[in-house]
Write a protein that binds this ligand. Sequence first.
Ligand SMILES: N[C@@H](CCC(=O)N[C@@H](CS)C(=O)NCC(=O)O)C(=O)O
Length: 236
Amino acid sequence: MMELVTLPPAFGMRNVSPFCLKVEMLLAALELPYTVSSEKDPRKAPKGKLPFVIVDGKRIADSELIVEYLDETTGGKVFAGLSPQQKGSGVALSRLAEDHLYWLMVASRWLDDAWWPNIVDGFFGFVPGVLRGFVAGLARKQVAKTYNLHGLGRHTLEEQKGFARRDLDALQGAIPMQGFLFSEQPCVFDFTIAAMLAGIYDNQPATWVTDIANDYPDLRAYAERVQETVGVWGRK
Ligand SMILES: N[C@@H](CCC(=O)N[C@@H](CS)C(=O)NCC(=O)O)C(=O)O
């Protein structure tokens, strides 16, 4: 049986990582037996990030590589029925969600001074009191550096908000008003986008990205539809 290793619950969410939630949704949709465990320190993961899965004693890290593994081991079930055009659009939308919108969500949690105490409690509660602020502060510096290297961190907050709006506009334009991206059932690309949106809509309290996303009720409805269909929710 596969073990999915995710972050522990935080910010009112059972599964706070969109990458972990995507894999969980896919495992449920494929009706594969799995267990979920948590690791509070991502540095202990094979590539320093979550999720990873443990299968037959082997650890596979990175949600996309896990998806590839699941496709191979189920005889192509993950991408079954998707045309090359649909796969192309799905990968492009996933990159938008996971490599761009994600970083805006991360910044809205980690780099907003008003939200920062939630990070300290939610992610660093396990660190003994005297060290907690110090360890959390070091991690925050790392996030700020990564955000800057990405490029998004070089913009004013107003400009970052503009980038978030354009990402959400693009997603809103791409998703259908009913049903799912490419067929009557959600596919892995629906899981990718819905998991990212769940993290934005359901984290408590709202971040500035949540506030912007609240202007897109169709995206919220879509994220709910995907979670309900597969029976896996990010929130508690
Ligand atoms: N490309 C990776 C991204 C995973 C990722 O960024 N996970 C975050 C949690 S949402 C993480 O573990 N961050 C810890 C860190 O970067 O130190 C995947 O698809 O699995």
